[in-house]
Write a protein that binds this ligand. Sequence first.
Ligand code: KPL
Length: 285
Amino acid sequence: MKKIRVAVFGAGSLGSVLGAILAKRNDVLLITRGEHYRAIKENGLRVEGFTEGLFNIPVAEHYPGGYDIIILAVKAYQTEEAIREIKMEYKDEILITFQNGVGIVDMLKDFDVIPGVTTHGAMLISPGIVKHAGYGDTFIGEKSGELTERVFEIAKNFTESGLKTEVVNDIMERRWVKAAVNAVINPLTAIFSIKNGEIWNDDNLRSIAKCMSEELSLFLQKKGINEDVYSLVQDVVLKTRDNESSMLQDIKRGRKTEADYIIKPFSNSKCMYILYKMIKYLEKG
Ligand code: KPL
């Protein structure tokens, strides 16, 4: 299999896990900052859970240019900043975004983008140590829906590296659906400070998730997307039951959340509006 040079821009918890998996067969560079950067540089990246090991992967604070693929894994609200930095070195790299949220692919209009979706769960344990806490599903596809040779080649490489990846012809719809699934799981887990699986263990939370999912399925239906959000939520919470959602991790660390990209797009429904405002309140705390 041909090696690919992959730069993971935004190697936090999920980006680090993806980088570690892909490094089994490819030349990977992790781009991250602060203590996580220093710890990986000094001691390597330790991954626990579904992927295990100590990975000696090169790490940088800035994108140096010269890669085949850039995997964009920064928080949705850091996308503009990432775009500015990548543009300084950009030639014709393929950008694959696995970021959560609505509107990201449009923001990347100046690049050669292959949108993606992943439901893997990841947590930062401490700087330099991440947990692969849920083995989910990964999809990539051309924006146009065309089934090109290059997407199949990339999916084959990722799959052979250990990141099972499927090629789809409806990736833009799937990104909306993933955002809807996040719009249920992330606020509930962040508000109640619980792991993803707890949503399914408790009758009360399951009922709330059902009510939210029904509204989100109706929302998607109006966009021509027919999906049973509730059964997708069930699938993701069960696969990532031991994971803390990215929104819960953000709230715990006192960081901004991705609520504006995950919940706000659906907040014309009363139920989603209330949850959006609850998260915005928690963000202030
Ligand atoms: O995408 C996620 C997130 O936490 O943002 C899931 C798949 C729900 C895993 O926790």
